[in-house]
Design a protein around this ligand. Structure first.
Ligand SMILES: [Zn+2]
Length: 280
């Protein structure tokens, strides 16, 4: 049971023109991607060709920078109904774009969303801004913790126009890990490429912090995380496909499998950690 914990199947029509232009420029097979975003059946056939059993479909609310509104939640919940065993919906909330955060959180739970994405560098906030008065964030974390829904934070840089990279430093997740000890926290991209050491520290320091290796080319993974085996039980395989610069999922998987790691470590990262977070 191999899980790709980070795939972007999104409502493409919400993309702002600048963001869409980058996607189109960087992906020769953009029409295929449009088709996958429309048709779960076509996307599942693509996953079959890649050798992937399950995919977590990452969506986030970021109207200013990328264009996504809270409509992404209904989109992804509906899309995943095609095969709930294989498609895991990730939704999102934005503290500045909610009128009633409690009602919005309840909707997330009702829709069966199984992961919440906070995309700090597109949402233009720090993960720990609840300490500076952004009460909505605390409510989101509290509800996620109570309902057993993990939260994924984007960590690392981003090249989309308008993204602000200061928000991508994983150190600001440290407070969240301390204040919400039962909340499972995924660090997407392990702080790549500026803050890998910080990410590694947080994963070792906090029992509730996990590593999502998506966006890190597998060939450089051990260069960035030479002590990866020590955190294998908290590491998840992911690709970030079809993000700009990310190769096809199959290539990513092949490259990961070719790494000089024990079979048990690879199995843990490809399969077991994700099963512990999202049981079948
Ligand atoms: Zn991503």
């Amino acid at each position: 049971m191999i899980t790709d914990c980070h795939v972007h199947i999104q409502p493409v029509e919400m993309f702002k023109p600048e963001a869409l232009a980058i996607m189109k420029k960087k992906r020769p097979n953009f029409d295929d991607i449009l088709e996958y975003c429309r048709s779960p059946k076509a996307f599942l056939a693509y996953l079959d060709r890649c050798g992937i059993d399950r995919a977590v479909l990452i969506n986030y609310v970021a109207p200013e920078v990328i264009g996504f509104t809270s409509g992404v939640n209904a989109f992804v919940a509906d899309y995943c109904k095609a095969n709930p065993q294989r498609l895991i919906p990730c939704g999102s909330l934005h503290p500045r774009h909610t009128h009633n955060v409690l009602a919005d959180v309840e909707q997330i739970v009702r829709l069966g969303i199984r992961l919440i994405k906070i995309h700090s560098s597109y949402q233009l906030l720090f993960p720990n801004d609840y300490l500076k008065g952004v009460k909505e964030l605390e409510i989101i974390y509290r509800a996620a913790e109570a309902n057993g829904i993990p939260v994924m934070f984007h960590t690392g840089t981003s090249i989309f126009p308008g993204a602000r990279n200061k928000y991508g430093d994983p150190i600001f997740v440290d407070d969240v890990a301390v204040d919400f000890p039962k909340l499972k926290i995924l660090l997407a991209h392990g702080g790549r490429p500026l803050w890998m050491d910080t990410a590694f520290f947080l994963i070792r320091r906090h029992p509730n912090v996990f590593l999502d290796i998506s966006g890190i080319p597998p060939k450089t993974l051990l260069k960035y995380f030479p002590r990866l085996p020590e955190i294998a039980n908290k590491t998840l395989f992911g690709t970030d496909w079809p993000g700009p610069g990310v190769p096809e999922i199959k290539k990513n998987l092949d490259d990961f499998r070719a790494l000089p790691l024990d079979g048990a470590i690879k199995h843990q990262i490809l399969s077991a950690t994700a099963l512990s977070i999202w049981p079948v």
